[in-house]
Ligand binder design. Structure first.
Ligand code: FE2
Length: 235
């Protein structure tokens, strides 16, 4: 686990499997996770790290967006999951789709990772989120609070962000990544819709966090994040 502040840490992302980081906020009354991860095995690894550090398992897990590497772990989490309406709807579509089709999806590079995570289609287990956040939700964790809210993003239409004001930490999920719609997008970082990128930059500026946390990279400074997004405007 990598620590960002006294009460916030994360299981590090793994570029070899494309697993994103899993965030953790320890409140005096409730603990909360950011993202359920790619699979039951990913959740078990996260929870064993928490137990190793004597930390309570999260009562709540916020899902950043519907992509499988962030959401398919819901089936194995402790407590309840929270997601935006769009994430719920996307996961409902995934649930209805034949698992063989998910397994053999055409974005080859990304789904190579899925095929590494799951040895066969039957291993995939999708569960819908328990609580729908329609726009914005504030949860008291005891000595800290969790602000969960929808944001425009160039990556997907269902980005949910988490801000912990007491620590000045903003979890972005993949919201600062581009839209990935083909294998070549994975190499270039995807396409950045100008309006959506500017809306995300404005959200970050308005909140004014100390750090932002990107799911496949880790914690970076706000200036670094805004510089990057500015460089990708309209690309
Ligand atoms: Fe994603």
């Amino acid at each position: 686990m990598k620590r960002i502040s006294e009460r916030i840490s994360f299981l590090e992302p793994d570029p070899s499997s494309d697993r994103p980081l899993l965030g953790y906020v320890r409140g005096t009354r409730l603990s909360l996770a950011f993202d359920a991860g790619a699979s039951c095995r990913h959740v078990r690894l996260f929870y064993s790290e928490l137990e190793g550090e004597g930390l309570p398992l999260p009562s709540l897990t916020v899902i950043s967006h519907y992509h499988w590497d962030h959401s398919y772990g819901i089936a194995a989490i402790n407590g309840l999951s929270i997601a935006g309406r769009g994430t719920y709807d996307h996961l409902l579509e995934d649930m209805k789709a034949p698992k063989e089709r998910i397994y053999a999806s055409s974005i080859a590079d990304d789904y190579d990772f899925l095929r590494k995570e799951y040895s066969c289609p039957e291993e995939i287990s999708i569960r819908l989120p328990d609580i729908i956040c329609n726009g914005s939700l504030m949860i008291g964790l005891g000595d800290a609070s969790a602000w969960i809210f929808h944001s425009e993003s160039p990556h997907t239409d269902d980005s949910t962000l988490l801000y912990v004001p007491e620590d000045g930490v903003l979890f972005l999920g993949d919201a600062a990544s581009g839209e990935i719609s083909s294998a070549s997008d994975l190499e270039t970082g995807g396409s950045y819709d100008r309006e959506k990128t500017m809306a995300l930059m404005e959200s970050i500026r308005r909140i004014g966090p100390l750090y932002v946390v990107e799911s496949h990279a880790g914690a970076i400074s706000v200036e670094e994040e805004l510089d990057y997004l500015r460089s990708r405007l309209g690309s």
